[in-house]
Design a protein around this ligand. Structure first.
Ligand SMILES: CCCCCCCCCCCCCCCCCC(=O)SCCNC(=O)CCNC(=O)[C@H](O)C(C)(C)COP(=O)(O)OP(=O)(O)OC[C@H]1O[C@@H](n2cnc3c(N)ncnc32)[C@H](O)[C@@H]1OP(=O)(O)O
Ligand SMILES: Cc1cc2nc3c(=O)[nH]c(=O)nc-3n(C[C@H](O)[C@H](O)[C@H](O)COP(=O)(O)OP(=O)(O)OC[C@H]3O[C@@H](n4cnc5c(N)ncnc54)[C@H](O)[C@@H]3O)c2cc1C
Length: 669
């Protein structure tokens, strides 16, 4: 029995040859990633989707205009809701998430923000009575909701949001109002044409006093006619860099009245006579953002692994050039440069995917505590997620772009599937908090850590390495120190020294009389760097611990190669910091590079099997280059021929415009 379970007759022999080289069982690696029974359930769901034409695209989605894309996704949503429970268990987020990926791909679908933000906001912030009233209806899809926070004028600085919710004691209602053009809600997903309810974030005013932003449930469209409710102006914001199947929208409230009990009241409350009770932590109304930041790590990793699947498979069927003259053209994956750009993308994908599981578990644990009023770990969680969403979105974007370029010209075509993946993934740098801003949120926490240490106070587990000042020499190659440990210690040094340096600069500038705010802004770039080095260390440690816990020896060994490649790449990428304070010399950094190049060679025979084990079906991949069977060229030709521009031999526009011009030019001769 071959170890790679995807070998089939009729496949491109070049890709079959790759699968025959597997040194681990791809099914066992799939189980390690997804767990049982999910690994098997995912396959069954993929197979079921293929049998149901109503869930499949009639033609490649990239050939469609926006209106048709939106209509198709609405039509398929109804099909999923009607028949989906025959295919998957709707109560399982994992199974439903997989079905959604198969049917809709990455570009958005009408219920994305309903499930990803609207429901989580209610679950986390509504009191029990409200939850009982709203959640069952929302789950049955009697209505569709979205999360309307960002405004035309402000997305980052939430304290400056202009939408107001003024309490009217007389009628026991809030009046939602958009006082200026810049106060229009702008960006919420599925707001433009789909949602009929929103969680609106607005400044709460009682008796002329502001209590800051709070969340309110507001009906914006009639439940029977879908027409905007009185006082509501709503629409789609237009085409974007990506996510064009998603109707991101704008929204204006003109003195819209809602009942008092439509304010989400688990944490903050307004009594009938207008008495405000604040939450136990001032940022609890930011809970839905925390949820998405925790969830998006795995979503982003998934996109990287899809791009790596495409580029690695394609690199095994594409032959171009010779390494040794006269020996024939090689698969492009034989080139070291190709391996370097693709295997490091693969390593990041695996690291972020597996660490994403840990982040999700940590989030669930702390969210449960918060629900019961214990907010002790909220600051740790907020700092971690601020860093994680920033590093993973940005570095995943770079990895996907490398995958695209590694496919040469065909990577630039939508036939590869990668341009759309990049456009969707890179939005993660912006949504849920612009990266530079979020990195600085985490930097505050790191600087505080150094100050706490100086005052002899206890540090959270995440920051304890800051106290390890004896780690001041790179120990690569020393007897008794294995590669992994030496690299993790190097990453600890990089993070600690960077955070210490920038904190010392901040302190010194303030000691010289500069205000804390100005000192901060003068060091903001270095602060974001400190934040990055800390997060990259956290990911590395967490990935290492995850791999060490694997019991299946062959799978642990396969993922250890990926882990070591990840660690060497991270250290090489940040090696300039190793020279700070004389921690390492250039020979030692060269040793890390050599180790990295050896790992590329070691991973090469298993490259296709790693991505096969991630098990993304062709339906979900939507890529001609990444097809499981490797039959790329015939299908590229079919794809191009099916393109709407080729429906007629002579395009009407050519007949109308260019032909007369050319004929007129000829007649002038
Ligand atoms: C089952 C089906 C599955 C279906 C799958 C379908 C898949 C679909 C895929 C769809 C994908 C697309 C999804 C896209 C969703 C995007 C939605 C959005 O962007 S929504 C919009 C997203 N928008 C954004 O993300 C906006 C970004 N902006 C912000 O978050 C805030 O304004 C801020 C954090 C930057 C500052 O806030 P500000 O109030 O000015 O606060 P200060 O700076 O003054 O800090 C004061 C203190 O508070 C602390 N603290 C702060 N936050 C938190 C927290 N959360 N917690 C705890 N603490 C927190 C902070 O550390 C500090 O502590 P200390 O130092 O004093 O001790
Ligand atoms: C695809 C997509 C989907 C979205 N979905 C939703 C949604 O469903 N609901 C919703 O409410 N919103 C949504 N948003 C909005 C999103 O959350 C905001 O765009 C995001 O939080 C960034 O805010 P901004 O647009 O105001 O950027 P800005 O804050 O204007 O950022 C512009 C630049 O200013 C810099 N900057 C701003 N403040 C600071 C600072 N304090 N320090 C240093 N630099 C700073 C930033 O780093 C950036 O370089 C979505 C956005 C996108 C792109």
């Amino acid at each position: 029995m071959p170890l790679n379970h995807l070998i089939r007759d009729g496949d491109n022999p070049d890709i079959t040859e790759e699968r025959q080289k597997a040194t681990f069982s791809t099914e066992e690696l799939a189980i390690e990633i997804y767990g049982e029974p999910l690994a098997q359930r995912r396959r069954e769901i993929s197979a079921e989707v293929l049998k149901r034409p109503e869930l499949l695209d009639d033609c490649p989605h990239v050939f469609l205009d926006r209106t048709t894309k939106v209509e198709n996704s609405m039509k398929k949503t109804v099909a999923v809701m009607e028949k989906g429970s025959e295919i998957c268990d709707f109560t399982s987020r994992e199974e439903l998430g997989h079905l959604v990926c198969e049917v809709f791909g990455d570009d958005g679908f009408p219920l994305s923000i309903h499930f990803v933000m609207f429901l989580p906001a209610i679950q986390g912030q509504a009191d029990d009575e409200q939850a009982e009233q709203w959640i069952p209806r929302a789950m049955r899809l009697e209505f569709i909701g979205t999360y309307a926070q960002t405004e035309l004028g402000h997305g980052t600085n939430l304290r400056a949001l202009e939408t107001t919710a003024t309490y009217d004691k007389r009628t026991q209602e809030f009046i939602l109002h958009t006082p200026t053009v810049s106060a229009y809600k702008w960006w919420p997903g599925n707001l433009g044409k789909t949602a009929n309810y929103v969680i609106a974030n607005a400044q709460l005013y009682i008796d002329g006093k502001s209590h800051g932003p709070h969340n309110f449930l507001v009906q914006i469209r009639d439940e029977n006619t879908h027409q905007p409710m009185p006082g509501i102006t709503v629409g789609d914001i237009g085409p974007k860099f990506g996510l064009n199947t998603n109707d991101n929208g704008f929204l204006r409230f003109d003195h819209v009245r809602i009942p008092r009990r439509n304010m989400l009241m688990r944490h903050s409350k307004v009594s009938a006579d207008g008495v405000y009770s604040p939450p136990v932590h001032p940022k609890l109304s930011y809970g839905a953002m925390i949820f998405v930041r925790a969830t998006m790590i795995r979503m982003l990793a998934h996109v990287v692994l899809k791009a790596a699947t495409i580029a690695i498979r394609y690199s095994c069927v594409r032959r171009q050039g010779e390494i040794k003259t006269g020996n024939g053209e090689v698969k492009i994956l034989e080139y070291q440069t190709q391996q370097h750009r693709l295997f490091t993308a693969l390593a990041r994908g695996f690291a972020y995917r597996l660490v994403g599981d840990e982040v999700k578990n940590l989030y669930e644990k702390i969210a449960e505590e918060v629900k019961h009023g214990n907010v002790e770990q909220l600051a740790d969680l907020h700092a971690l997620l601020s860093g994680m969403k920033s590093i993973v979105s940005y570095d995943s974007g770079k990895a996907i772009e490398q995958c695209r370029m590694a496919c040469g010209g065909h990577g630039y075509s939508h036939a590869s599937g990668i341009p759309e993946m990049y456009a969707v993934e890179i939005a993660g740098c912006t949504y849920e908090g612009e990266n530079m801003v979020m990195l600085q949120q985490q930097a505050r926490y790191l600087v505080k850590g150094i100050h706490r240490l100086a005052h002899g106070e206890e540090l959270s587990t995440m920051l304890q390495y800051l106290a390890n000042t004896s780690n001041n020499k790179f120990r690569i190659g020393e007897s008794g120190v294995d590669l992994e440990n030496a690299l993790i210690l190097a990453l600890e040094y990089i993070a600690r020294s960077t955070i210490e340096r920038v904190t010392a600069r901040l302190d010194s500038l303030q000691n010289k009389g500069l205000s804390a705010e100005n000192a901060w802004n003068e060091n903001a770039v270095e602060l974001t760097r400190a934040s990055r080095t800390h997060t990259r260390l956290w990911i590395a440690r967490c990935f290492r611990d995850r791999v060490h816990r694997i019991e299946n020896h062959a799978i642990r060994s396969a993922l250890t190669d990926i882990l070591e490649l990840f660690l060497t790449y991270e250290v090489v990428d940040m090696s300039q910091y190793l020279y700070q304070g004389g921690y390492a010399n250039s020979d030692q950094v060269a040793q890390v590079k050599d180790a990295m190049y050896k790992l590329l060679e070691k991973i090469r025979p298993n490259a296709v099997s790693y991505v096969d084990a991630y098990e993304v079906s062709d339906t979900e991949l939507r890529s001609v280059l990444g097809r499981r069977d490797g039959n790329v060229y015939d299908n590229l030709l079919k794809w191009a021929k099916s393109n709407p521009l080729n429906r007629t031999e002579v395009l009407p526009a050519v007949e109308k415009h260019l032909m007369p011009m050319m004929l007129a030019a000829k007649s002038k001769l």
